[in-house]
Design a binder for this molecule. Structure first.
Ligand code: UFG
Length: 335
């Protein structure tokens, strides 16, 4: 019998790639997404699709009653850090209140495996680098705070109700497959914004802060390919046989500054990117860099796609495929 996974947020960036990878590996997939930030076209072909809010307990129960699920992968969340600083109410509602309704429905349905898409944002400003999972968690924005709150809730649920729960703290998810990539509206993430500036879709790229305590003054991040994130989920699923709560970083342990990434993108896609420096962005911390040894030793994770050039190439290829005009030079576009 083929195994079935319910994927919340499967119309979003990481959720769509994980769904695509699950289907490719022979799983059956049901995507639940309210399309508040996801896109219908991002739901992979072959997945069943239910457009609904994960916080709608009655409808969630109906979905769980209709089929037998081996696991739930929970990606649906609000995730834009700047917005989390100005509108924490929306983040608590989506990432804690609605998520709590979901895990209750999972518990009632007797589903025994739950994988949660958490974030490096739970750590806040690092005290030691690279960051291990036992690093203190002091979030600097409500996004990280709400991810942490739900992690803690899951740890109690795992213990009390015999569920096997795995939380993944992603560092900077990036890159694309040919079918699925990063498509946020509004876009706030660095790589798609660099591409927009490279393609003339925005006037310039803005560097948010050049006065951080880093070698070149700009923020440093650990970029991990979204397919390597998907791989971690599928490896975890294979090992989730006993109840309990586990947490893993997903990052490379190699990090790049905003200026370094800008220069690397220019080189890889062979375009000049106009840029300007501006003030720091609220909610950003100076450096994030993972220690992924726990994930490697426990789950046998071995990233295959996360070389920075590969991340840039795959994300650019996806953009060119979905927005062919981006591939044209400025003069060609004007013809
Ligand atoms: N940046 C710019 N200019 C831009 C956009 C971003 O300078 O136009 C900078 C940011 O200030 C930051 C870095 O590029 O220093 C990366 O920014 P992103 O918005 O791409 O990503 P974040 O690091 O803010 O957040 C991402 C995910 C979070 C996750 C976090 C953990 O969106 O979910 O990584 O590493 F928590």
């Amino acid at each position: 019998m083929r195994r079935r996974v319910l994927v919340t947020g499967g119309a979003g960036y990481v959720g769509s790639v994980c769904s695509e990878e699950l289907l490719r590996q022979g799983f059956e997939v049901t995507v639940v997404d309210d399309l508040s930030t996801g896109h219908r076209h991002a739901v992979p072909e072959g997945a069943e699709f239910c457009q609904m809010d994960i916080g709608d307990a009655a409808r969630m129960r109906e979905v769980f009653a209709a089929k037998t699920y081996d696991a739930v992968f929970h990606f649906a969340a609000k995730a834009l850090i700047p917005e989390s600083v100005t509108n924490p109410a929306a983040f608590y509602q989506a990432n804690v209140v609605a998520a709590a309704a979901l895990i209750d429905a999972v518990r009632e349905a007797g589903i025994r495996r739950f994988i949660f898409s958490s974030s490096a944002a739970v750590y806040g400003n690092p005290l030691q680098l690279p960051i291990t999972e036992d690093h203190p968690t002091v979030p600097v924005n409500s996004y990280g705070e709400t991810k942490l709150a739900f992690e803690r809730m899951l740890a109690w649920y795992a213990r009390a109700y015999g569920i096997s729960v795995c939380a993944f703290r992603y560092f900077n998810a990036s890159g694309a497959t040919l079918a699925h990539g990063e498509e946020h509206v509004p876009e706030t993430h660095i790589l798609p914004i660099l591409f927009e500036a490279a393609a003339g879709e925005r006037e310039f790229f803005t560097i948010y802060g050049c006065d951080y305590p880093t070698p070149d003054g700009t923020c440093v991040r650990d970029y991990v390919h979204v397919l390597d994130i998907a791989q971690a989920h599928i490896l975890a699923l294979a090992k989730m046989d006993s109840p309990g709560f586990s947490v893993y970083n997903i990052g490379l342990g190699t990090s790049y500054s905003v200026r370094e990434l800008l220069a690397r993108v220019e080189q890889v896609i062979d375009r000049q990117i106009p840029w300007r420096a501006s003030e720091r962005r609220a909610g950003d911390c100076a450096v994030l860099c993972a220690n992924p040894s726990h994930l490697m030793s426990e789950l046998g994770w071995s990233p295959q796609q996360s070389d920075l050039d590969r991340i840039i190439e795959t994300a650019w290829a996806w953009k060119m495929q979905t927005r062919p005009a981006a591939g044209l030079t400025q003069s060609a576009r004007q013809v």
